[in-house]
Write a protein that binds this ligand. Structure first.
Ligand code: SF4
Ligand code: SF4
Length: 391
């Protein structure tokens, strides 16, 4: 929900400045600056909303450095809605047209355009020419591995006696860079007796635009999704970042993270091959603080016989992925990611499960840079493989 100016001031006024959120804030932990803490940012928001302080470049810097991880919100004893405060502040004061968003907008808006453009990139990567492209066009270095594009059907019918029907949210980043997670999700849902609908007119969840302060664009994308999805069936998201954005703003529909939906299914028909491995789980902030559904990932993976499921130490802190944060704030994003790489190294991680595409891409890039060989997979891909799914 985006607040009015009056509501913004009133919500900021609810902060009693107790400081209990401070140790939970990744940016405060790194900079030690009150202005980069939730309490400090709320004071700045209140002052700017009341014209006590100007909407200056320094104010923008402190708001821009916030990850929107909402760890502060989970820790706050007074239930201050920090996520809503920072979304509204960005919409009212920080709106900007960054170059990368201008370039990305048509691809975010139009799935067909993104589908067409992904083909040549995938073919270049197959021909091992993506490296050459990255040398010629420095911006291409930001590109992660591209999935072979899939033209989705509108309906994937259940293969077992039918229990119900769901809609699958594709998400622009998941569709472009990790569509095997989407295929794996359809496989598992069909095997558990669910028809899977994939509405063709669906589009981006709007979270990236909202994070950039473009609430108009974000709301337009949401409206398109609202008209595309059937209200009578749940919308399942495989990326918790998209899921949290949809749940917060697409209030006309029932939105669930896929792991939450799956653990409530009847698994008596499922055949799952044992996996004698330790799987570490990374909790995305959007799953932990937005959807509050991180436990479902552990419960889902524990359905794999003999698998040892462990939380990655330091899960309470953001990895730095945070939507487009790794592009807009690379220094802080990489510093936070280094902590994750250290945790993975000291725990000898070989498989990391994460249910957010933003975290997955950011961590994978860090592992590549550090020469660390660790599989980063969506939990549904891991369980689907044990049920016979082949990419
Ligand atoms: S959302 Fe995250 S980065 Fe922003 S103030 Fe809260 S804890 Fe800190
Ligand atoms: S914990 Fe809540 S009330 Fe206390 S300083 Fe942080 S935001 Fe304000």
């Amino acid at each position: 929900m985006t607040l009015s100016l009056k509501e913004l001031t009133a919500e900021a006024d609810r902060c009693v400045a107790c400081g209990l959120c401070l140790p939970h804030c990744p940016t405060y932990r790194k900079t030690g600056s009150e202005a980069d803490s939730p309490r400090g940012r709320i004071q700045l928001i209140r002052a700017v909303s009341q014209d006590i302080l100007p909407n200056s470049a320094r104010f923008k810097e402190h708001i821009d450095l916030c990850l929107s991880c909402r760890s502060c919100e989970s820790a706050c004893p007074n239930s201050v809605s920090y996520g809503t405060l920072v979304d509204t502040t960005r919409a009212l004061y920080i709106k900007k047209e960054s170059l990368w968003l201008t370039v990305a907008k048509p691809f975010i808006r139009h799935r067909a355009l993104s589908y067409i453009c992904t083909w040549p990139l995938w073919l270049l990567s197959k021909a091992k020419l993506l490296g050459a492209l990255k040398r010629i066009v420095p911006a291409a270095k930001l590109l992660p591995a591209i999935s072979k594009p899939i033209a989705w059907k509108a309906l994937y019918p259940a293969t077992k006696p039918k229990h119900g029907a769901v809609s699958l949210f594709l998400g622009c980043a998941t569709n472009a860079f990790d569509n095997q997670t989407l295929s794996a999700s359809i496989y598992v849902l069909n095997a558990l007796g669910y028809d899977v609908h994939v509405p063709t007119a669906q589009t981006c969840c709007g979270s990236i635009a909202r994070q950039a302060g473009d609430a108009v664009e974000a709301d337009a994308l949401l409206a398109k999704n609202g008209a595309s999805f059937d209200r009578t069936m749940p919308i399942l998201s495989t990326a918790s970042g998209c899921g949290a954005g949809l749940q917060d703003y697409l209030t006309t529909h029932q939105v669930q993270d896929i792991s939450t939906f799956l653990i409530n299914c009847d698994w008596s028909v499922a055949e799952i091959t044992p996996l004698q491995q330790r799987i570490f789980v990374q909790d995305p902030c959007s799953l932990r603080n937005g959807l509050k559904a991180q436990k479902a990932v552990y419960d889902l993976l524990k359905k794999i016989p003999t698998a040892d499921i462990q939380a990655l130490p330091g899960n309470g802190q953001c990895c730095g992925g945070a939507g487009a944060y790794s592009i807009t704030q690379p220094e802080m994003a990489n510093t936070l990611r280094d902590d994750k790489l250290t945790a993975m190294q000291s725990n000898q991680v070989s498989i990391l499960a994460t249910s957010n595409i933003g975290c997955s891409l950011h961590i994978t890039k860090g592992l590549e840079n550090a020469g660390m060989d660790i599989d980063v997979l969506h939990p549904v891909q891991i369980i689907a493989k044990q049920m016979g799914f082949r990419a």
